[in-house]
Design a protein around this ligand. Sequence first.
Ligand SMILES: Cc1cc2nc3c(=O)[nH]c(=O)nc-3n(C[C@H](O)[C@H](O)[C@H](O)COP(=O)(O)OP(=O)(O)OC[C@H]3O[C@@H](n4cnc5c(N)ncnc54)[C@H](O)[C@@H]3O)c2cc1C
Ligand code: FES
Length: 281
Amino acid sequence: MNVTKHDTFPITLPIKKIIRETPHVKTFVFAYDLKSRPGQFINIWIPRVDEKPMSIAYDSGKGEFWLTIFAVGGMTKKLHEMKAGDRVGIRGPFGKAFQYEPGDHLITVGGGYGAAPLYNLAMEASSKKCTVDFIVGARSKEHLLYTDRVKKIKNTKLHIATDDGSVGVKGYNTPILEKLIAEMKKTVAGRKKLKKTIVFAVGPEVMMKRVSDICFKEKVACQVSVERYMKCGFGVCGNCCLDDTGITVCTEGPAMDHKKARKNSDFGVAHRDAVGRKHLY
Ligand SMILES: Cc1cc2nc3c(=O)[nH]c(=O)nc-3n(C[C@H](O)[C@H](O)[C@H](O)COP(=O)(O)OP(=O)(O)OC[C@H]3O[C@@H](n4cnc5c(N)ncnc54)[C@H](O)[C@@H]3O)c2cc1C
Ligand code: FES
């Protein structure tokens, strides 16, 4: 374990800009060279409130990074009340990033705020001559995240699914993945491409389990982003251990090969809260 100063002590940063994405989601922009890779996370701290892990939604590599945050509970609602110029504590970046090679074909499957870290991945991959099929799902049109930004990424095709059919395909986003794989299997060129294809899933764990099941059956490479209740962020407190392997998600993940995630009996089934109690998804 290589623990650095910014793992243990937060740096305090002013919020440079706040972008409203949807009625419950805002993107917080910070002017700081985080030196992160897509798939990693930071811990964001509001003094006297709480500290929470958040995926990195974008890192320009030139002194700016973004966090895209749903207002769901105590800490995130407080964060949504903050203004540009207010300061927060940041620790990290932590954890493992997504893995791929220049020229690979990526299929990303995002649900909820998962679209944001997958945008980060697609931006990096497109600069490394990769092609990307970007699948995103949401309850309805107004809850979709990052679609306008994704449309502008080179070599990237956007596929949308909404539960109510207000835009894109009606229903879940996973049938789009099945269709893309089936189409590629039909042609020689597609079959060749499928060998260099990696599926990346970020979103609700039940969705990621479904993506993993499809990839397992179709023998397509797949990586998922596992989330557990995190405290330290660097492998010391043991709060983020998976059942039954006991691996710490903050250091062995969040981004991991789906076969590694599948070795744990709780993947797609249950997670533990702040005091270790088990909750079913
Ligand atoms: C690796 C990782 C990346 C994440 N990335 C994002 C992101 O990009 N955007 C985003 O909006 N949220 C993200 N989250 C979730 C975020 O950390 C918070 O859990 C969530 O915002 C709720 O915090 P809260 O205090 O507002 O709500 P709370 O009232 O504390 O909790 C609401 C729910 O979140 C769960 N939860 C609370 N704290 C944690 C924690 N530390 N780890 C895991 N689950 C927790 C609770 O069990 C509860 O079900 C991420 C979580 C992890 C583990
Ligand atoms: S959050 Fe402490 S070990 Fe993972």
